[in-house]
Design a protein around this ligand. Sequence first.
Ligand SMILES: [Zn+2]
Length: 151
Amino acid sequence: MITCLDPRVDPTHFLALGLGDAMVVRNVGGRVTPEVINDVAFIGQLAENVLPDGPLFDVAVIHHTQCGTGAFADDTFRRRYAQRSGAKESTLRERAVLDPAVTVTHDVERLRSAPAIAPRVTFSGHVYDVVTGLVKTVIPARSSQAPTVKP
Ligand SMILES: [Zn+2]
């Protein structure tokens, strides 16, 4: 599971996860960065060694409403943070979660197109509403190998 480090978005709480239920990667926005892709590739390779056939696991990307990464859309904030952190301003602008359904779709596609990740891993995208406490599935689980269903 990949989600935001916002304290309102703790999956042990909103998904009632217990110890050992899921691996959780949390960062600013729950964004799929190169580091996150490498983490998923590592876990996928470990799982391949244990499970020779069939699906390995699902990577659920969960973005949320009212995400603080919206600050990256503000020119003054983004410029100042880029100066402080040394990050590229253009990269920071892309990290803003303004519409979580849009950004979660983008990030699931990033995972699906990552050649480093084992093809038997599936990916799904969800939006957590911090006001209602509900999680909506935007993209159901599907591997990068599975054919796209066309109407
Ligand atoms: Zn957030």
